[in-house]
Design a protein around this ligand. Structure first.
Ligand code: G
Ligand code: G
Ligand code: MN
Length: 549
């Protein structure tokens, strides 16, 4: 769009330049003609001599000399004036036309011909300004779900056609007076200047969802997309285009991302949510800057002899203002704001520095998320840090969740093969929830399978969970992998897992994650490494502040 616009401007300036060159040439010719005539007249009236005489005896100016000068001036001046005026007005007309054209171009989306975001905001503000007491107006922000996927699969030609079709389908659902604009690649906005009830925008949103649920036949393919819609209503949610659009976007941001298509009205606590997120984000940046997030360590225990065989590093962040922020809040946030690389490296360095002091056969397990796996530098960095801290690679285990593995097969395979090639162990975490196929599972270089907590929690009371646990243990044993059960909280669960042949365990029954400083005491208290078994249930705290982030 912008390129096209620039080209139009360039074209326009070329035209202007050409016109001016023509005009300069004409002016030059005119000047030569005038000079010729002046020369002829001067010769005819013997002007040089007269001027010479005048210069010699200016006091002797005669009336006819003055008259002659006046005559020349009276002809030349108006002629020159008219010419300048004509040039000037022609130039003005050209400029106005260019300005109108530029305004038109900047106010409309070139692909769909719809108004663009700026134009939309102006019209919306006009509508809001014209609202009477008791009137209500709605703003809908509509985003195409799966836009990026269509682009990746089919390229921009298909995307462009889909967008045009999408705009056409939406436009056909609008009553008169409703404004539709394209505000971004995959985003549209709708202003409903006068609504009688909230059913109107809700109804329109539903009709849009239904219309978009039909596939888009484009060229020789069909494309399926979903749509998410956020709605804000004036005057309740704001009286300026800026607030209304922002609040409709906040509602959109909170639509249910699990479902393909969804609709949500703005609610007042969404602002609080955004403020909270901004606060947490700021504090997280500071914490990473100060390297203040550290790993705690939860024991991994051999179920044969109840001995600690290693520790899983779990990130812990205590903030002076926010209190303890759980990793399921700050890890995804760090991923979203691009801090996970730095944070992951910091945590790993802390863990290596701590693990250096442990007895040589204890292992260290760290968690690596899907986003981290996407970084091709991850594996080499991990190996370099291990070397720096003189830890042998087989002491390290990398935990990757089953879902990360399934959703990012190639990234995961690249990193895992690299690490495993150097002796690092690979653990598939939260197993049983991520829908990995057996074929996928077998194609990965694995050492250990960690049974998801939900099966362990229910293993005693729920037959299905027991069947799943048995199946996973059988799978692990069959393929020569270690099985480990996470989330063991009581003796019954423990004995059930032992009975069913699970090799290792982890959970509050054995101990929750402790700071590095407590490990030496924990290991020393009960030699060789039997646990001091706290045997207390530790309830996980989650601040209400964080719950909805
Ligand atoms: O420690 P729990 O205690 O609250 O951890 C919650 C989730 O956060 C777990 O799924 C765990 O895998 C993840 N997690 C904890 N620490 C880290 C970490 O250092 N890196 C990554 N990527 N995930 C972590
Ligand atoms: O990476 P993973 O998803 O395995 O992270 C382990 C998570 O499980 C952490 O959040 C940790 O605090 C938590 N956890 C560890 N042991 C128990 C337990 O016995 N019960 C419960 N509910 N959670 C546990
Ligand atoms: Mn884990």
């Amino acid at each position: 769009m912008m390129k096209w616009f620039d080209r139009r401007i360039a074209l326009h300036s070329n035209v202007v330049r050409a016109t001016w060159m023509r005009r300069d040439f004409r002016d030059g010719m005119l000047l030569i003609a005038v000079a010729g005539i002046a020369y002829a007249l001067a010769h005819f009236f013997d002007l040089p001599q007269r001027i010479f005489a005048l210069a010699l005896a200016y006091r002797k100016w005669e009336m006819d000399d003055l008259l002659f000068v006046c005559m020349v001036l009276s002809v030349a001046a108006p002629a020159y004036g008219i010419r300048r005026y004509k040039d000037f007005s022609r130039e003005m007309r050209g400029r106005l036309r260019a300005e109108r054209e530029a305004h038109m171009l900047s106010g409309h989306d070139h692909l769909t011909g719809l108004p663009n975001g700026r134009f939309f905001a102006e019209r919306l503000d006009e509508c809001l300004g014209a609202m009477a007491d008791g009137d209500r107006a709605a703003t809908l922000v509509v985003v195409i779900d799966g836009f990026k996927r269509v682009f990746e699969l089919h390229g921009h030609v298909v995307v462009d056609k889909m967008v045009i079709d999408f705009a056409g389908r939406t436009a056909s659902l609008l009553r008169e007076g409703v404004i539709l604009a394209r505000t971004g690649g995959d985003a549209f906005a709708i202003a409903m200047p006068k609504i009688d009830s909230l059913d109107e925008p809700a109804g329109l949103a539903r009709r849009i969802v239904v219309a978009m649920s039909q596939a888009f036949p484009i060229n020789d393919t069909t494309v399926n997309v979903g749509v998410s819609i956020g709605i804000a209503v004036a005057p309740d949610d704001g009286m300026t285009s800026t607030t209304l659009i922002q609040r409709a976007e906040r509602a959109l941001y909170r639509t249910n991302t699990d479902d393909r298509s969804s609709i949500r009205f703005f609610e007042s606590d969404m602002d609080a949510h955004v403020d909270r997120r901004i606060l947490v984000e700021g504090r997280l940046r500071k914490a990473v800057e100060r390297d203040a997030i550290v790993p705690h360590y939860q024991p991994l225990v051999s179920l044969d002899d109840d001995m600690i065989v290693g520790f899983e590093a779990l990130a812990r962040w205590h903030d002076d203002m926010l209190g303890d922020v759980p990793p399921d809040i700050f890890i995804p946030l760090a991923e979203e704001i691009g801090l996970i690389g730095v944070l992951g490296d910091q945590l790993f360095r802390h863990a290596c520095a701590d693990a250096r002091d442990w007895p040589g056969d204890l292992s260290l397990a760290i968690n690596v998320s899907a986003v981290q796996l996407r970084d091709p530098g991850l594996a080499p960095r991990i190996l370099a840090v291990l070397e720096e801290y003189a830890l042998s690679p087989p002491r390290l285990a990398i935990e990757i969740t089953e879902s990360a593995l399934v959703d990012h097969v190639e990234d995961a395979r690249f990193a895992m093969e690299h690490l495993r090639g150097h002796g690092v162990h690979i653990v598939i975490d939260d197993f049983g929830t991520g829908y990995a196929t057996l074929a996928q599972l077998l194609s990965f270089p694995l050492d250990k399978i960690k049974i998801d907590r939900r099966f362990v929690t229910n293993v005693v009371n729920d037959h299905d969970s027991l069947v799943v646990v048995r199946a996973i243990v059988g799978l692990a044993t069959g393929f020569g992998l270690t099985s480990i059960a996470e989330g063991i909280e009581d003796a019954e669960q423990l004995s059930c897992l032992k009975r069913n042949g699970c090799a290792q365990g982890q959970g509050y029954w054995f101990g929750h994650a402790v700071p590095a400083a407590d490990i030496a005491g924990l290991l020393a208290k009960n030699p060789p490494r039997h646990l001091p078994f706290p045997r207390t249930r530790v309830k996980r705290g989650g601040g209400t502040l964080m719950e909805s982030l």
